[in-house]
Design a protein around this ligand. Structure first.
Ligand SMILES: [Zn+2]
Ligand SMILES: [Zn+2]
Length: 729
């Protein structure tokens, strides 16, 4: 009989698995890749065969359907029939954390890959980060200069071997290797390099490790304060790599879903409720944990006395991650552990937060890119994202492929990286590079527009602008396979159709159109960007409305009062949270993106709605300054931590409830059953839960993100679907 397997069945070690099972059961027939499916012919024992396939399915394979057909041909043997040469693989795999079998070999003294840091097999290892072109063969990866030794060649050719046709196969004899270097680039040799590096980290040295898709800065967790001083990052949260899942439980209160995600083949950084090690993320209620995902990490932990270490991307925040030794040496660490395999594609670690079974991607990169998202149109649309947390996207053949996390478009390195990654993504996924349209954000000042212009001119493709929050809304719709919803788009700042900065929006949105039906009150961003960096200016502007002076007096206040008249206006929920965080003295100094709102979240998580405020909503505009006026009349400092938490929660709930009520009202009017929540502020769990409760009580359902990043990492997808639909109708 003939069996046709559909799903993720190519390039994932599926055929060799079929071969091994058929051989074991002494079946005759063949297995063959056909299109995007796998065709198998066997002569008997179908039930036993299928049972075995299910049992031994490679971890990254997924069968969605099996079709059975009659086939009475007879064969003498069971064979893997090779597909025609040059056939394009339907799916380029992403980087997959080391599998259990490889891990076992790593620590088996009798195995020829004992302590070999590049150990991998058909179902695990670096993929996207080392692929230079398709079809996915060794000569088109960064492994091309490592010629297979005889033993590896034998494994590569043997269908019964786990590494049959594994393009990145290697061993200590023929593969890449690590060497140790000191801060003066002096080569300290290969012998025991990892062991010596571990010893130095234990004594408190700051190290650089070259991994798959980039370089990490690392240090002992007992030395975080020295590390912060050296790095010039007094407050920023650092990811912590822990030895294993048991150790992870020491630092974070891990739910069953979070445990699964930490152990998954994707191996992202997961934000978890923090139990200890406040220095890792000062003032936040979460800690970013992840598990070793390469052979190197596993070997390193076997030598380290410490059970956890700081492991953070070595780059200036927002700039592209460094990939070469030369760049690494310029950062002046104490000790370097570098290997001799180039990094063709840098891929940062992914960062994920879970909420009630939903996946919020803060950064979607290693372990997920280039997994496509299915769409209904065929148009080839290239979109370049917004200004911060940029990703690019290209659609074709009813799929959108998003690039890895790029960075902040104000840096030249990030802009270069955006162009390069889009070209690479096109090369890997398109038969011929053709672009029907290019999309950019409406903001005239974003440098991502330069990249849009380059592609638009090169491919003579029309260039479209899409409003920022509509793009957020569309990205949420496609994430949920919906056509229309009322959507709360809440974030830091996005350029509005009226020239003001939006970010506290209620939009009735579909792919063809959006209607802005409500928003928070506009407040002046005193001095523009300066108000984002120094939130005291926001508080000053809010209270000036009531004739009160906060934070600034005398000539300073006078100057600011003058600047206010010329300042841009913003109705962003992010800025409201910044102002509140500063007003309540939780945090007034911003040293990294999102710091104030994130520190406020800790208070929101502990707060109760003990205070009530009057709120006016006129013509869909929620008057937020009035809440500040009321709180100022109400409180008598000093406040306890508990009071601060309750006040913060009560104020945020008042504003967010009012915004949600506008959405609910519009849903009823337009006969829509869902309310959506998107934008950078939607990573905030207490705020998400405030919205959820209100929406539920109104008998509607809340939709949130799962595959597309909530924040600006999802903008390129929203831009793409809006223009894709426009061109298709
Ligand atoms: Zn493996
Ligand atoms: Zn070898």
């Amino acid at each position: 009989m003939k069996l046709i397997f559909k799903g993720v069945v190519q390039g994932v070690g599926f055929r060799p698995t079929i071969y091994r099972i058929a051989k074991k059961l002494d079946l005759k027939g063949y297995v063959l890749n056909k299109g995007s499916e796998v065709e198998v012919v066997i002569d008997s024992k179908k039930d036993e065969f299928l049972k075995q396939v299910e049992k031994h399915l490679p971890s990254i394979a997924k069968i969605t359907n099996i079709i059975e057909r009659k086939d009475d041909r007879t064969f003498d043997d069971f064979q893997i029939i090779h597909s025609e040469k040059g056939e394009k693989q339907s799916l380029i795999p992403y980087d997959i954390g080391i599998c259990k079998d490889c891990q076992k070999e790593l620590f088996d003294e009798n195995d020829r890959r004992y302590h070999f840091p590049f150990t991998n097999c058909t179902v695990c290892g670096a993929r996207y980060s080392l692929v230079q072109d398709v079809p996915y063969d060794r000569e088109r990866t960064s492994m091309k200069n490592f010629k297979l030794c005889k033993d590896c060649q034998r494994e590569y050719e043997n269908p019964l071997n786990r590494r049959y046709h594994a393009q990145t196969i290697s061993c200590p004899k023929c593969g890449p290797s690590y060497r140790l270097y000191d801060k003066n680039k002096k080569d300290l040799g290969e012998k025991n390099a990892i062991k010596r590096f571990a010893g130095l980290i234990d004594t408190g040295k700051i190290g650089v490790i070259k991994a798959w898709g980039g370089m990490h800065l690392c240090c002992n967790i007992n030395k975080i304060s020295r590390f912060r001083e050296w790095y010039g990052r007094p407050q920023k949260a650092f990811a912590i790599m822990v030895k294993n899942i048991e150790i992870a439980k020491k630092y974070g209160k891990i739910t069953e879903d979070e445990k699964k995600l930490l152990l998954s083949k994707n191996k992202p950084i997961v934000l978890i409720e923090k139990i200890r090690l406040d220095e890792a993320s000062p003032g936040l209620n979460t800690i970013g944990l992840f598990l070793p995902y390469t052979g190197l990490h596993n070997i390193l932990f076997s030598y380290l006395k410490a059970d956890a270490m700081v492991m953070t991307s070595s780059n200036i925040p927002g700039e592209a991650m460094i990939t070469t030794d030369e760049e690494a040496f310029s950062i002046d660490a104490d000790i370097y552990l570098l290997h001799n395999r180039p990094i063709p594609n840098r891929v940062d670690d992914s960062v994920v937060r879970l909420w009630k079974g939903n996946t919020f991607f803060i950064r979607k990169s290693r372990g997920y890119v280039p997994e496509p998202i299915a769409i209904s149109y065929n148009k080839r649309v290239l979109s370049v994202g917004a200004g911060e947390n940029i990703t690019g996207a290209i659609s074709h053949d009813k799929n959108i492929f998003t690039t890895q996390y790029i960075g902040n478009s104000k840096y030249y390195s990030a802009i270069e990286f955006l162009e390069e990654s889009l070209r690479h993504m096109m090369k890997l996924t398109m038969k011929k590079p053709i672009i029907d349209a290019v999309v950019q954000d409406l903001h005239p000042g974003y440098n991502s527009r330069n990249v849009a212009k380059i592609f638009s001119e090169e491919f003579s493709a029309p260039l479209f602008d899409v409003q920022h929050h509509w793009a957020h809304a569309a990205s949420l719709l496609i994430d949920n396979n919906l056509d229309e919803s009322v959507i709360l788009a809440v974030d830091g700042l996005g350029y509005g159709s009226d020239g003001n900065f939006w970010g506290g929006e209620v939009l009735v949105s579909n792919f063809n159109n959006f209607k802005r039906v409500g928003h928070l009150e506009y407040i002046p961003l005193v001095g523009g960007d300066q108000a984002t960096r120094d939130p005291r200016r926001l508080v000053f502007a809010i209270f000036l409305k009531f004739g009160k002076q906060k934070f600034f007096t005398g000539s300073e206040a006078e100057i600011l009062s003058k600047i206010i008249k010329k300042s841009p206006m913003s109705c962003s929920l992010g800025r409201f949270l910044d102002a509140l965080s500063c007003y309540l003295n939780i945090c007034c100094k911003r040293t990294y993106d999102g710091e104030l709102a994130m520190k406020l979240e800790k208070y929101l998580a502990n707060g109760k709605a003990r205070y009530t405020f009057d709120i006016d909503v006129k013509k869909g505009i929620v008057n937020t300054t009035n809440i500040f006026r009321q709180i100022d009349e109400m409180i008598k400092p000093p406040l306890s931590e508990k009071q601060i938490a309750d006040l913060a929660y009560s104020m945020v709930k008042t504003a967010v409830d009012a915004l949600t009520d506008i959405a609910i009202d519009q849903a009823h009017k337009n006969n829509i059953r869902t309310i959506g929540l998107t934008g950078g502020v939607s990573y905030n769990i207490p705020i998400t839960e405030i919205v959820e409760e209100r929406v539920k009580n109104a008998g509607l359902s809340l939709i949130v993100h799962n595959r597309v990043p909530n924040g600006d990492g999802g903008i390129s997808i929203g831009q793409n679907v809006i223009i894709g639909h426009k061109l298709s109708t």
